[in-house]
Design a protein around this ligand. Sequence first.
Ligand code: AR6
Length: 179
Amino acid sequence: MEAGSNSHIDKRLEITQGDITQLEVDAIVNAANSSLLGGGGVDGAIHRAAGPELLQFNKTLHGCETGEAKLSPGFNLKAKYVISTVGPVWRGGNNNEDQLLANCYSNSLKLAKENDISSIAFPSISTGVYGFPFERAAKIALKTTQAYLSKNSSFGKIILITFSTDDYNTLTHLAKQKL
Ligand code: AR6
């Protein structure tokens, strides 16, 4: 699949490939660490694109627990908001990683709803530095977001964005299967 591909799984769930910092949505989700003060990967990219005000603002949030989510303005991003969530570090799969990852998606969506956000983009939380196997994480992302959309008929759109083409192909393949 070429860069810039995208697929609509249903009218309100889109899978795409690229850089989350470029998306024009109400909120982009950051795969942060518990300090909320920046890092590498998608976190570093979001802080660079949002500008130093994001770090200054996040200092007022006093961190975030694994599976929880916190809201910040988008500053220089096209997105109005950044929702930071902290994914679980993969420790073999028997340490509540699946539930904690599902919580990242559902708590981010809960925060979105509370703040009149109706379009949101998620990166593949925990699947980089934190080592969560991509396919297992992708199934959780699909299941949680699809369940949310089916219960929230007025929510606008969820985008799942992957950075690599391989991840994009895996995610679209899984999305076409019945989970
Ligand atoms: N747009 C979309 N996805 C991206 C981008 C981007 N610009 N950059 C990377 N990804 P990671 P984690 C993908 O490591 O595993 C940070 O240092 C990447 O290919 O960013 O949750 C934090 O501060 C991968 O699929 O997040 C934490 O310390 C996915 O984003 C720690 O890493 C997540 O990879 C969090 O680790």
